[in-house]
Design a protein around this ligand. Structure first.
Ligand code: CA
Length: 484
């Protein structure tokens, strides 16, 4: 035996010892879009801490939600399943609260806990039942408040003083500082920047001297998209006007639209900036305690948002601004920084990814795929080339009312924000959307020639074969995800 062989034998036990399981920090905001961060190309708002996760980890440039709405997206993230599988298809709350998360479906915090992790849920929860699978929870009831919010700590109401983003972080840091030898999973979820967009007082004047440019689709005439034209409640100048008591009097309709646009987008940026600042405190804590190397940090948002795109606010539609979500993952023990991933990632992938990174078998109920091979630079050759989307919110109102209700014209507008239920498929180049409760209204977009999705080419003969292929692909995905 030579010296090299002897050394390798001596080293063997250390190599074979089980690697330390990573801690998990899952950070999620509400309605936050990638393009509001400097790491995704925003040149007006600097977001150093969001950028840190991207620069020191991996930025996903094609991450999508599977149902662009708060509660459904949260249920999908927890269970790794589509809305029709987990049961949370809309945001039903209070008296309308008839949607329940299927308790038989394992959630990633539950599985981590069963495998020896210490788990906590802190901040915005937004599901109708109390958190399950956590050693500790301290959550906002429903949407929660930006100022002096009530939290529910282990089932007990607790009146807090201060700004919600700061408080959420204080509680999170307090929990992280508790001494324990187990690996931990912290689900750290912010209310911000959800409407009403209320920044911390210290950020109220941020960007005051800037005039924000309008998005390219700001003055959309909806010429080829009938249902977009009818979605009057999505227009920010109409729907957000009551939020602004200081709107100057005597403005023309155009001046009013421009005033509200500057105000609401700046307040949105300011509220998101508060998250960036607070996230910086948590990242710094991981550095100081030597935990950064072995902690998986995931940053995402529950859904995208229209920030004046198409003259709208809010989300729901399958159009790009609402479909796209930020996703950055940092895990220095596994891979180096500065990575950019263009392959499609979905919010149903997060749960399997987290479990896979923790070395735990992914339950068969989860429909997403682990992103770990992509992070490691070993992408499977059969990685998805298309993604499936669904939006249902008004369907539950129609449930049990039969086909005559579906045919009743009064129901056509009996939908929050007048966005009709739809499903669709997106490939690298095209998008097909089927509004199934609107007498089968269809849209088809060529994202290469029309990235802003202004020209519906569904009835264009030049796209007949694309339309046929995508119709087939949509049917295939419905079958794959058992949504038939
Ligand atoms: Ca949301």
């Amino acid at each position: 035996m030579n010296r090299r062989q002897a050394l390798s034998l001596m080293a063997a036990p250390a190599v074979m010892a089980a690697p330390r399981r990573p801690n998990i920090l899952y950070v999620m905001t509400d309605d936050h879009v990638p393009r509001a961060m400097s790491c995704y190309g925003n040149t007006i708002l600097k977001t150093p801490n969001f950028d840190r996760i991207a620069n020191e980890g991996c930025r996903f440039d094609n991450a999508f939600c599977t149902n662009s709405l708060c509660a459904p997206s949260r249920a999908s993230v927890l269970t790794g399943t589509y809305s029709h599988v987990n049961g949370i298809i809309g945001n039903s709350e209070g008296a309308d609260n008839i949607e329940k998360l299927d308790a038989k479906l394992p959630t990633y915090p539950q599985v981590l806990r069963q495998n020896g992790y210490r788990t906590a849920m802190i901040g915005k929860w937004h599901l109708s039942h109390d958190p399950v699978g956590f050693d500790y929870h301290c959550i906002l009831p429903g949407q929660g408040l930006y100022f002096d919010p009530v939290f529910i700590e282990q089932g007990q109401k607790k009146q807090m003083k201060g700004y919600c983003t700061d408080i959420t972080t204080d509680i999170a840091l307090g929990w992280l500082k508790q001494k324990d030898t187990k690996p931990w999973c912290l689900v750290y979820q912010h209310k911000s920047p959800h409407r009403p967009f209320q920044p911390a007082p210290r950020h109220a004047k941020l960007l005051n001297d800037v005039t924000l440019p309008h998005p390219a689709t700001y003055d959309d005439d909806y010429a080829t998209r009938k249902l977009s034209r009818e979605a009057e409640d999505m227009k920010f100048d109409i729907s957000l006007e009551p939020d602004y008591k200081d709107l100057p009097k005597g403005l023309s309709a155009r001046e009013k639209k421009d005033w509200i646009y500057q105000r609401f987008v700046k307040d949105y940026y300011r509220a998101a900036y508060g998250v960036d600042e607070n996230l910086g405190r948590v990242l710094e804590y991981l550095d100081q305690t030597g935990q950064a190397e072995n902690t998986v940090v995931i940053y995402s948002s529950d859904n995208g948002f229209f920030l004046g795109d198409y003259g709208w606010y809010d989300k729901r539609f399958m159009y790009e601004p609402s479909l796209r979500i930020p996703l950055m993952i940092r895990y220095p023990a596994l891979f180096g920084g500065g990575k950019v991933e263009k392959r499609f990632a979905l919010n149903i992938d997060y749960a399997p990814t987290i479990l896979d990174l923790a070395g735990i078998k992914v339950p068969g109920t989860m429909q997403g795929r682990s992103l770990k091979p992509l992070l490691e630079g070993k992408p499977p050759s059969n990685w998805r080339k298309s993604m499936y989307y669904t939006y249902y919110e008004d369907s539950w109102r129609l449930r049990g009312k039969g086909k005559e209700a579906m045919a009743d014209p009064s129901f056509q507008y009996f939908t929050p924000h007048r966005v009709s239920p739809h499903r669709g498929v997106r490939t690298e180049r095209h998008k097909l959307i089927h509004y199934f409760s609107e007498n089968n209204y269809w849209e088809l977009f060529d994202l290469a020639s029309d990235p802003n999705e202004l020209k519906n080419v569904y009835d264009d003969k030049a796209y007949a074969s694309v339309r046929a292929d995508l119709t087939k692909e949509l049917a295939r995905l419905r079958k794959e995800y058992r949504n038939t």
